[in-house]
Design a protein. Structure first.
Length: 59
């Protein structure tokens, strides 16, 4: 199964509470944090919610 590398590139300061919760559910807390997530609909939906804060690369 494909994997996605999700990197937090913008600060969560000033973001909505729901966006902060989504980032933390992906394991992103600080700028520069990178996590590997499965490429499925749930992960794609989370990334879409915070697409302006993250950078995604496929493996």
């Amino acid at each position: 199964m494909a994997q996605l590398d999700v990197k937090l590139v913008r600060s969560l300061v000033g973001a909505k509470k729901t966006q902060i919760a989504v980032a933390e559910s992906l394991g992103l807390r600080k700028i520069g944090d990178v996590t590997t997530q499965p490429d499925n609909d749930a992960t794609r939906g989370k990334v879409f919610k915070i697409s302006h804060l993250v950078e995604v690369t496929e493996r």
